[in-house]
Design a protein around this ligand. Structure first.
Ligand code: INI
Length: 160
C-alpha cells in the first residue's frame, strides 16, 4: 500500500500587496457601517495598505452585484468584499433582494475569476443583524475580509 499523502493546498493570511474593493450598501446603514469598519480594521491588521482599498457605496444590497461586477472586471482588484444587511422584517422584498444579491455575486465571481467575499447579512430580525455586526456573534465584515485575503492567497498558490 502506498504511504504517499495527498498534497493539500490552503490559503493563509500572509499575502501582501493586496488590492481590495469593498462594495457596501447604505440601506440599513446602522448595521452596514460596523460591518465596513470591521472589514477595514481586519484589512489594516493584515497589512493591506489604505491606498490599495477602494470603498464603493451603493443604495441597497440589490445594487451590490452590478458594481462588484464592474470593479472585478477592471483588473485593478484581487478581491471584492460585499457588505450589506437584508433584514426580513415583514416584507416579501427580502427574498428577492437577498436572493438576487447572492446569486449575482456568485455569478460575478465565477465569470471574472475574482473572489468575492459575501459579507451580506440576511437575517430575520434587527437583533440578529446587530449580533453579527460586532455583537455576540462577531463581526461578519471582518470575517469577510479574512475570507477575501485567504482566498486570494489560495488562488495564487493554485496552478493556472
Ligand atoms: N436593501 C437592503 O440592502 N436591505 C434590505 O433589507 C432591503 N429591504 O428590505 O428592502 C433593501 N431594499 C433595497 C434594495 O436593495 C434596492 O436598493 C432597491 O430595491 C432599489 O433597487
Amino acid at each position: 500500500m502506498s504511504t504517499a499523502t495527498p498534497q493539500i493546498i490552503e490559503g493563509d493570511l500572509s499575502v501582501r500587496d493586496l488590492r481590495i474593493a469593498c462594495v457596501a450598501a447604505r440601506f440599513n446603514d446602522f448595521v452596514v457601517q460596523p460591518l465596513l469598519g470591521g472589514a477595514l480594521d481586519a484589512l489594516a491588521r493584515h497589512g493591506v495598505a489604505a491606498q490599495n482599498i477602494l470603498v464603493a457605496r451603493v443604495p441597497g444590497a440589490f445594487e451590490i452585484p452590478v458594481v462588484a461586477s464592474r470593479l472585478a472586471a477592471s483588473g485593478r482588484f484581487d478581491a471584492v468584499i460585499a457588505l450589506g444587511a437584508v433584514i426580513r422584517g415583514d416584507t416579501p422584498h427580502f427574498d428577492y433582494v437577498a436572493g438576487e444579491c447572492a446569486a449575482g455575486l456568485a455569478e460575478v465571481a465565477l465569470r471574472t475569476g475574482v473572489p468575492i467575499a459575501f459579507g451580506v447579512l440576511t437575517t430575520d430580525t434587527v437583533e440578529q443583524a446587530m449580533d453579527r455586526c460586532g455583537g455576540k456573534d462577531g463581526n461578519k465584515g471582518a470575517d469577510a475580509a479574512l475570507t477575501a485575503i485567504e482566498t486570494v492567497s489560495l488562488l495564487r498558490k493554485l496552478p493556472t
